[in-house]
Design a protein. Sequence first.
Length: 233
Amino acid sequence: MKWRSIALRCGLMAVSGVAFAEPGQRENLGQFAIDRTEVTIGQFRNFAADKALKTAAEQAGGGHEFADGWIRRSGWTWATPFGEPGREDEPAVHVSWSEARDYCLAVGGRLPTLEEWERAAYTETRANPTDDFASGRTYPYPVGDRPDGMNTSGRDRWPRHAAVGTTKRGVNGLYDMGGNVWEWLADRRGDEALTAGGSWWYGADKTKASAVQWKSADFHAVYIGFRCVYTAQ
């Protein structure tokens, strides 16, 4: 957007003193590194083109939305999350667990485990944290002691999912570990896989560590995206 200025050295954009994250940036947490933002439509587009991938949602004619039960929405896919072309900086949704896993492997990473995701989302590990976070402290929400600034069903400026890196920057300098879209985790239980973090459809209570949910691993919906972790350098 024209009114954002890019701070290249730290991989952030700034607007009136508010920091925004660029897709593709990682935060090194010592034991592993993790994407600062959810994987975007633009990033997933490159992967899909390289692999000539037609996702399960595309093959089925569209992904799911909840409206008095799960409804398949014609034409809703990772590229057109609400039936119209999405912006390149929106999170990639309507992606199944295996598609998210394969993306992470293709870029040299993997899906985070629950243990890794919780450590990244709630416990500040940086020696010199930003945004008044305290090193070594564990917080109830991914943005701190209060849920303010996340994209949930509460009173905020986002009617649906937000472009990545535009909500409040949270613990460990990460964005949208709470709210925006649920994120696939590596953990499996038969045909199910864990998701964490809640989404714009749910309240702030779903962003807590206790609110992870098992979902069918082949499910693809407008509320579910992902991010990757990597071996720390």
